[in-house]
Design a protein around this ligand. Structure first.
Ligand SMILES: Nc1ncnc2c1ncn2[C@@H]1O[C@H](COP(=O)(O)OP(=O)(O)O)[C@@H](O)[C@H]1O
Ligand SMILES: [Mg+2]
Length: 368
């Protein structure tokens, strides 16, 4: 059985001061459907590249699998799709039917085979590259963010497609697609990389529970740290007072003989020493507890430097008709109003004119 066995993997890019991965140990099975999740910049793409030996690393990655990566870099996008499939797969004319079997599963019509790859919509290009990957038997697929260019319908089609496949790692922020297609989750955050059996919901429940546990622990630790700080302050005060008393006795002793001088000086010195030692203990206890405080990986609150704008009405679109190549993009003219503080979602399938609408608005704003 094929496996990926990772031992003590550590990696950082040359210019980095910290490791992206540090002593990671993982075993991945060739039949797994593994969802890889984590916020941007955590190292998901880097990990997929390391599996393909793209960079030098510390530790070992042992595997008897052949890796295939999505999205494949296509050199000549002017190629016809059919030629591209023949170029980038092991298929030939006799086995080309294998690609044709995949096409309807991704809602790709035969007609695209004779079109230049560059003329396909981004969603169609995604589907062609996925089909190209899955015609290959005996490879382990590394699928990096496949839903970026897909609309809701496209995402659904790809999710249904991947649900029937196995032997892959999929990186995605799309909770629905991960839930539908995987049976294991690899999650990466600031401090750890974690593998668990289940889907996104399984991971999320565990994540929430872990965070709650950490939050309670942090709350307790913070309370203890606060009280230790107060103790430290008190001890500091005592120690300073003892020091003052001691030197006062000393200076007093310069001028006249005082039978209690030695005794008082000795007592103050002892008190000072005791409070200094206690202070040291408290300080090291604070340090230890601060080390135990966990960095909880939450989404930071988005804050904007927001200047209230004095106009209430920000944008008015009245009876807008969008055309591309003499073809009306949207059947009925569009009218809407956006007021201060409102947010508008533009939704629709690929190719219905969402970007054209934004371009038209942008043009109107620039020209106004
Ligand atoms: N070729 C590179 N050289 C230097 N730093 C890189 C390179 N590629 C990615 N990084 C950095 O490594 C970190 C992880 O990046 P990446 O693997 O792309 O994260 P993710 O895929 O999880 O968004 C980021 O801080 C990114 O800026
Ligand atoms: Mg990435």
């Amino acid at each position: 059985m094929g496996t990926i066995k990772i031992q003590n993997l550590s990696f950082k890019y040359d210019a980095m001061s910290h490791y992206i991965f540090e002593k990671v140990n993982l075993n991945i099975d060739e039949f797994w459907k593994l969802g890889f999740i984590g916020r941007n910049g955590r190292g998901k793409t880097t990990f997929l590249k390391l599996l393909q030996n793209a960079y030098d690393y510390e530790g070992t990655i042992e595997s008897n699998l052949y890796f295939d990566y999505f999205p494949k870099r296509i050199q000549d996008k002017k190629q016809l799709v059919k030629d591209l499939v023949l170029t980038y797969s092991t298929l030939d004319d006799a086995s080309f039917w294998k690609f044709e079997i995949e096409m309807p599963q991704l809602n790709l019509s035969d007609e695209i085979l004779n079109r230049k790859f560059s003329t396909l919509s981004p969603g169609e290009q995604t589907k062609v590259l996925l089909a190209l990957m899955f015609v290959e038997e005996g490879t382990f697929k590394l699928i990096d963010e496949p839903t970026n260019h897909l609309d809701i319908i496209g995402r659904d089609i790809v999710a249904n497609y991947l649900e029937k496949k196995s032997g892959f790692i999929i990186v995605s922020h799309d909770k629905t697609i991960i839930n539908q297609t995987v049976n294991h989750i690899l999650s990466i955050d600031r401090s750890k990389i974690q593998l668990l059996k289940g889907d996104y919901d399984t991971w999320e429940n565990k994540f929430k529970q872990d965070n709650l546990f950490e939050e309670r622990k942090n709350f307790k630790l913070n309370k203890q740290i606060k009280s230790l700080h107060q103790t430290a302050e008190r001890l500091n005060g005592w120690s300073n007072r003892a020091e003052n008393e001691k030197s006062a006795e000393f200076y007093k002793g310069q001028h006249h003989v005082d039978i209690d001088k030695g005794f008082l000086g000795h007592k103050a010195a002892k008190l000072m020493k005791r409070s200094k030692n206690a202070l040291k203990r408290v300080e090291s206890s604070i340090e230890e507890k601060q080390g135990l405080l966990r960095n909880i990986d939450k989404n930071p609150k988005l804050t904007l430097n927001y200047e209230p704008f004095y106009h209430d009405n920000i944008l008015t679109v009245n009876q807008l008709v969008l055309e591309r190549c003499n073809r009306a993009l949207i059947q009925n003219p569009i009218s809407f109003n956006i007021k201060q503080g409102q947010q508008l979602v533009i939704s629709g399938s690929n190719g219905t004119g969402k970007s054209s609408l934004l371009q038209a608005i942008r043009g109107a704003v620039i020209n106004s």
